[in-house]
Ligand binder design. Structure first.
Ligand code: VG1
Ligand code: CO
Length: 542
């Protein structure tokens, strides 16, 4: 019943920052998904008889590709597949299942925060046995295989019923359809003081969680409302929809604006949060205050020991290069290691496995810890709740005290989405070419101290990753960073990251864009964004 299907390679299956992402119609081309899945299997060794985890964020085309992946796993010799009921597994939950059941690896179907639907985005990524995204060595091999593939293997069998928890046989392989929430909720109970959080809710603490019609709905309902006793209605948009209700499931100030406005308004709840399409990102808003992801990382690291799972302290912190240096000051104070990695969670895996770090974060609303090998949206929300319960202070008080103690890193990211790819590449090339002459240059009152194209040497496996973003560092600790997104599916997205450090607490109340105005102007002067992209303003400011 195993069949070998001849196929022709596609030339564009190079995984980006987080897997392969394309529009759904692109994925629906003949054998497109099959080619990529077979290329994944062909890059792996010694998995015969072992376990593969499969799940996704429930977006359009999720179920179809899950059926293909299950049959191909059987034909390629896996012994067992664990798949989430309804095809659902949030990215952090999938990471947990891989680790807990000692699976060989997992296939996660998601395009994360990108919109879903028949003409929107889809994605496939492979995670290794530690539960984390495959490192570049494997993604490079997958891409190489995809360019030479001539056939794929599948089995001729009816579809598996994904809608009920149960066991099936598919030829030699077992398929377990599992509850997607149970293992994850159990892990959260181990890490956090559920009694203290429950107590806080029972005393009237009010929270809003926007699941954005994406994968975290069932997880948040179970954990926040059922187990922690938050009022019914705390979790909004909790039914995962294939098109996310037509919205971008991106928890930022643009796409979660309603939540933001509510949190800034009169009689706002105590705490507002949201997660993205696949449940790995988090948005944290207190009454009257948005917490930038970079600040959130620093504050969570500084307060982690208040949660039972981290009561012995944390080993170190890692942050992606564009993430603000707020976490560095915490690491310095705690006398623990701080690591700066390229963008993308795959670079944290080795540091976590080696025990060098416990908490990791990215400016793009990703925070997580050694409990899994992915960023984890609900984990960040629960750690915040645990900290709030333990300190008995508001988000606003905690953030302000943090700034007073460590200084404030004003921070913003300006995205120029769907710009012409040649124009974007031209802009980056010109910036790179200007690097040698930048140090010493004055732009307004700012002096360039150092400028480079970030390269990372992994201290664990000694791999090198180059061209990870242009950094222009100014005297006094301010900086601008430029890089192109590796997750978009049309044109190019230019990301400009802007940061200024302000030690003086009497200057911590300035509006962010105002506090960064001279750096924003410097970014324009350095990169000529307007003339090169034809854009006057960013599409998204976070
Ligand atoms: C973006 C973010 C990056 C994140 C990646 C995947 O990548 O900047 O920090 O790890 O998305 O997150 P890029 O290459 O577009 O800047 V998710 O939640 O989309 O899996
Ligand atoms: Co995501």
């Amino acid at each position: 019943m195993i069949i070998t299907v001849p196929t022709k390679p596609y030339s564009d299956q190079k995984p980006g920052t987080s897997g392969l992402r394309k529009k759904v119609p692109h994925f629906q081309q003949e054998n497109y998904a099959e080619n990529f899945i077979q290329s994944i299997f062909d890059s792996l060794e010694d998995f015969k008889g072992k376990t593969l985890v499969i799940g996704g964020d429930g977006r359009f085309y999720n179920r179809e590709v899950i059926q293909k992946a299950i049959k191909m796993a059987a034909a390629n010799g896996f012994g067992r597949v664990l798949v989430g009921q309804g095809g659902i597994l949030s990215t952090p939950a999938a990471s947990n299942v891989i680790r807990k059941y000692k699976a060989f690896g997992g296939i996660i179907l998601s395009a994360s925060h990108n919109p879903g639907g028949p003409t929107e985005d889809f994605g496939i990524k492979y995670n290794i046995g530690n539960g984390g995204p495959a490192p570049e060595k494997i993604t490079d091999a997958i891409y190489a295989n995809s360019k030479t593939i001539t056939s794929y293997k599948t089995v001729d069998a009816p579809d598996i019923n994904l809608d009920q928890v149960g066991n099936f046989d598919l030829g030699e392989m077992h398929v377990d359809v599992i509850d997607p929430v149970a293992d994850y909720a159990a892990l959260m109970e181990q890490l956090f003081d559920f009694n203290a959080i429950r107590n806080m809710f029972s005393l009237g603490f009010r929270m809003v969680f926007d699941a954005m019609s994406a994968v975290t709905g069932p997880y948040a309902k179970e954990i926040l409302e059922n187990r922690l006793g938050a009022a019914e209605g705390t979790v909004r948009n909790f039914t995962p929809l294939p098109d996310f209700g037509g919205h971008h499931p991106d928890p930022n100030l643009v796409h979660a604006k309603e939540l933001y406005d509510e949190m800034m308004g009169h009689d706002a709840p105590d705490f507002g949060a949201a997660s993205d399409g696949d449940g790995d990102r988090n948005l944290i808003i207190g009454q009257g205050i948005f917490v930038t992801p970079s600040d959130s990382l620093a504050i969570l690291a500084a307060n982690a020991s208040l949660a039972p799972g981290y009561s012995n302290g944390i080993a170190g912190i890692a942050r992606s290069m564009p993430t603000s240096a707020a976490a560095d000051r915490v690491a310095e104070k705690l006398k623990i290691g701080i690591y700066e990695t390229p963008t993308g969670w795959k670079f944290f895996g080795n540091l976590l496995d080696a025990g060098k770090v416990t908490i990791c974060g990215e400016e793009s609303a990703g925070t997580g810890s050694s409990h899994v090998r992915e960023k984890d949206g609900l984990w960040a929300v629960l750690l915040w709740l645990n900290v709030l319960a333990a300190r008995g202070e508001s988000v606003q008080e905690i953030v302000r005290q943090h700034w007073a103690a460590f200084g404030r890193n004003y921070y913003s990211r300006h995205d120029y989405e769907e710009v012409d790819a040649d124009a974007a590449n031209g802009l980056m090339d010109a910036l790179r070419a200007s690097l040698p002459t930048l140090p010493g240059t004055k732009i307004g009152a700012l002096t360039v101290e150092k400028a480079d194209d970030f390269a990372y040497h992994d201290p664990v496996d000694h791999s090198e990753s180059r061209k990870q973003g242009v950094r222009v560092l100014f005297a006094g600790g301010s900086r601008v960073v430029f890089r192109l997104s590796g997750t978009g599916t049309s044109g190019a997205t230019l990301r400009v990251y802007i940061e200024r450090y302000e030690p003086d607490s009497s200057r911590h109340g300035i509006e962010t864009q105002e506090a960064l105005a001279d750096l924003i102007a410097a970014a324009e002067e350095l990169a000529q964004i307007r003339s090169r992209t034809g854009r006057d303003t960013p599409s998204v400011i976070t």
